[in-house]
Write a protein that binds this ligand. Structure first.
Ligand SMILES: *Cc1c(COP(=O)(O)O)cnc(C)c1O
Length: 492
């Protein structure tokens, strides 16, 4: 057993030498090894361990372990986070009620939220709230749920209604009492999970609306936005794509976010920022190299709620996201755990720490703050800056090559290379100029098993996206590999 665990540790520490995807053989072998039914009696632990490490693990992909897996935005796991995550499982602490005399876990989680706020340069005095979630999807659900609560409270106030809370009274009751026909979410190129969140919350996926400029699908049309916010039949949540998933670009800069904030205040709308990966733009240093990226994540502090992901650019293991809000009362109106007196603990000692079960979905939760805490302490602000700047430099180096290559088009199309590079965060979007090759480009790249990209579409045509998010990436080594794979596929 000791040997198995040591092998496992070595694999997880890298370097990752097998391909980014498991071979068909390894997948078939793993699939064939799965039991058909529950065995009547158990096996030795040793046998189960061998089965998992010898049959199942070889059929895993290198999504988080390989520096050359660029599909989705998977991040990796830093050694500090890996260590802490094992501690989390071994001790299996439940982080739900703040019981300062029973365990330190709620203090640590609260402290980790503070460290994250420092990393993102968010003022602790207005943002020291929020919670860890399973990921940005869950955080978007929290954000829209708080928004729904808030905008209906604002509408009720305006109409002099006695209604207090959707959480308490129910969405349908509140809507009909206020004579409203719906809640709408106004956005530009929102992530699919935001649309899902609208579905889950009874807002409706079809009520997430693109309010973009005719000339730029990511940029808000402020005139149209104001028209929608001024409607009296619907209430609105504005959701900013602080980092759009195809291009890695930002829907706003500090200036237009200030304008949007003013409009939201004028009409009683909630402003949510989906910064799953984009919020990391705020950690970059002041060099002019990163100015455009920093501007894109500027002004996020004007939002009412913010989504961020831990298992992407923070490089902690799945599953981990976070959610911040400037309105803790609204969050507790949505998520309060009704009438369970045994769960309301006295805060007799230490700082006043809100019980996590009243600010998120779950009543029982994994101690997923510990890997975040460990990784932030181990690498600090400069460690994360250095990691992210390597990822951006790799993306820019690949774009530079693509821009000049006759077989490929770098997307979104830019008039100059300098402009393209200036806007590049950690994503590279491109297509092959040969239409037939382009139809199949993602598969051709991934079949190499040397690197993995996501297939997507841009302007109605297939495109590929390289998303760079792993702490292990190295600019020279990995750009050489990517360029070699792409050059071979283009035939030169
Ligand atoms: C990845 C992503 C999400 C969803 O995140 P999960 O962690 O997969 O739930 C939401 N928004 C954006 C912008 C993302 O990149």
């Amino acid at each position: 057993m000791q040997n198995h665990l040591q092998d496992l540790w070595k694999v997880a520490q890298g370097p990752w030498e097998s391909g980014v995807l498991p071979s068909a053989e390894k997948l078939a072998r793993a699939r064939a090894s799965l039991p058909a039914t529950l065995p009547e009696t158990g096996s030795d632990l040793e046998l189960v361990q061998r089965h998992i490490l010898d049959d199942i693990a070889p059929a895993f992909n290198g999504a988080s372990i390989s520096p050359n897996y660029y599909g989705f935005i998977t991040g990796g796991t830093t050694p500090a986070a890996l260590f802490a995550d094992n501690v989390v499982s071994a001790y299996d602490q439940n982080v739900q009620v703040h019981l300062p005399n029973h365990s330190i876990v709620t203090d640590v989680e609260y402290n980790a939220i503070g460290l994250l706020l420092d990393l993102f340069r968010l003022d602790r005095s207005s943002w020291y709230n929020g919670t860890f979630t399973t990921g940005a999807t869950a955080s978007n659900i929290l954000g829209l749920a708080c928004g729904r609560e808030y905008v209906l409270q604002q509408a009720a106030q305006k109409k002099g209604s006695q209604l207090q809370s959707v959480g308490e009274e129910g969405l349908f009751e509140v809507m009909s009492a206020l004579g409203l026909t719906g809640v709408q979410v106004l956005s530009t190129l929102p992530h699919s999970s935001l649309v899902k969140a609208a579905g889950v919350l009874g807002i409706g996926r079809s009520n997430v609306r693109n309010i973009c400029h005719a000339s730029d699908p990511l940029c808000f049309d402020l005139e149209q936005l104001e028209k929608e916010l001024a409607r009296t039949d619907k209430v609105s949540i504005v959701a900013v794509s602080c980092g759009e998933v195809n291009t890695g670009r930002f829907a706003t800069n500090g200036t237009d976010l200030r304008d949007i904030r003013q409009l939201c205040d004028k009409y009683g709308a909630w402003l949510h920022a989906d910064g799953a990966f984009g919020i990391f733009g705020r950690i970059l240093d002041e060099s002019s190299e990163f100015e455009t990226i920093k501007n894109g994540s500027d002004g996020i502090e004007l939002a009412d709620s913010i989504t961020g992901d831990g298992h992407k650019l923070l490089n902690v293991p799945y599953d981990c996201g976070f959610f911040f809000t400037r309105h803790p009362t609204v969050a507790s109106q949505v998520f309060q755990n009704a009438n369970a007196a045994y769960l309301t603990a006295g805060n007799s000692q230490g700082p006043s720490i809100p019980s996590p079960l009243n600010i998120g979905i779950e009543n029982s939760r994994r101690f997923r703050a510990l890997p975040v805490y460990a990784s932030l302490l181990a690498y600090g602000k400069s460690g994360y800056q250095e990691m992210l700047s390597r990822q951006i430099k790799l993306a820019r180096k690949i774009y530079e090559w693509l821009f000049d290559h006759p077989g490929y088009t770098a997307l979104p199309q830019a008039s100059s290379k300098a402009e393209l590079l200036d806007q590049t965060f950690m994503s590279v979007l491109f297509r092959a100029n040969d239409a037939e090759l382009n139809q199949n480009l993602g598969n051709r790249i991934n079949d190499s098993s040397r690197m993995f990209v996501s297939g997507t579409s841009w302007d109605g045509q297939p495109a590929c996206r390289i998303a760079i998010s792993n702490w292990r990436v190295e600019v020279e080594r990995d750009s050489a590999l990517v360029i070699d794979v792409l050059a071979q596929i283009a035939g030169n």
